[in-house]
Design a protein. Structure first.
Length: 256
């Protein structure tokens, strides 16, 4: 999934309603909505927002530029379909078959992807920001880490932890992901979980001879061990005084 779009400032090409009406074969749109059977149909640019297409057969269909935001496509057959540039924000694609589908530049922000099949799918420039249930084979550990960083910087620590979990599941010795997950846990006041992750990160960074990682994880451990009241009374600097900001520490291990 090279060139995965990670950040919220990504520009998504919008398609006007007029263009949608002109591009789609309206008979095919009616057929799809009436029967949920539309193999190899021309649905390019179709407006299908919130449509119930669960279990629909859309194999080989042309859905380029279609607006399927918040549609229900759970269990749908989209094998070989063209979804390039499609608007799929918030769509339910759980259990969907997307093998061989073209999702180049598709907007899958906030989509539900549990058990979706992406074997052989083309994912150049696909935006998975905020998506839930991204299969491990779809993204690299670094891409999961980058998604986590983006969520953490927006204050969405639970979603960030989810992505860091995915990065660790794909690469169990990903020291930066452990440290980042620990920091996100710290942000939601899970000090015990944060301490466990920080200690794992320090050990992994030590094994990997990563001096910057060792120094950062040790500073974080010290922060966790210092009572807040003591820092106030002594004027000792905090961990974030040391690293500068949440973004500063996470971006140290950002996969450029």
């Amino acid at each position: 999934m090279k060139n995965l779009i990670f950040i919220a400032t990504t520009v998504i090409t919008s398609i006007s309603f007029i263009n949608i009406a002109q591009a789609a074969n309206q008979e095919h749109v009616r057929q799809l909505l009436a029967t949920k059977q539309c193999q190899n149909c021309n649905l390019s640019g179709a407006g299908l927002v919130m449509a119930d297409l669960s279990g629909a057969n859309l194999s080989g269909a042309n859905l380029a530029g279609a607006n399927l935001s918040r549609a229900n496509l759970s269990g749908a057959d989209l094998r070989g379909a063209n979804l390039s540039g499609a608007g799929l924000a918030g769509v339910n694609l759980s259990e969907a078959k997307l093998s061989g589908a073209n999702l180049a530049g598709a907007d899958l922000r906030g989509a539900f992807l549990s058990n979706a099949q992406f074997t052989g799918a083309y994912l150049q420039g696909t935006n998975f920001q905020g998506a839930v249930g991204i299969p491990l084979q779809v993204a690299t550990p670094d891409e999961f880490y980058a998604l986590g960083v983006a969520e953490a910087q927006k204050g969405n620590q639970q979603q960030a932890i989810y992505y860091f979990n995915q990065a660790i599941a794909a690469q169990p010795e990903y020291a930066g992901a452990y440290l980042a997950r620990g920091i996100s846990k710290y942000q939601i006041f899970d000090r015990q979980g944060a301490a466990q992750d920080a200690q794992i990160a320090e050990k992994l960074f030590t094994t990997q001879n990563n001096a910057r990682g060792i120094q950062t994880s040790q500073a974080f451990i010290k922060e966790l061990q210092t009572p807040y009241t003591e820092k106030l009374s002594t004027g000792k600097p905090s961990f974030f005084d040391f690293v500068g900001s949440l973004g500063s520490v996470l971006l140290q291990f950002f996969p450029f």
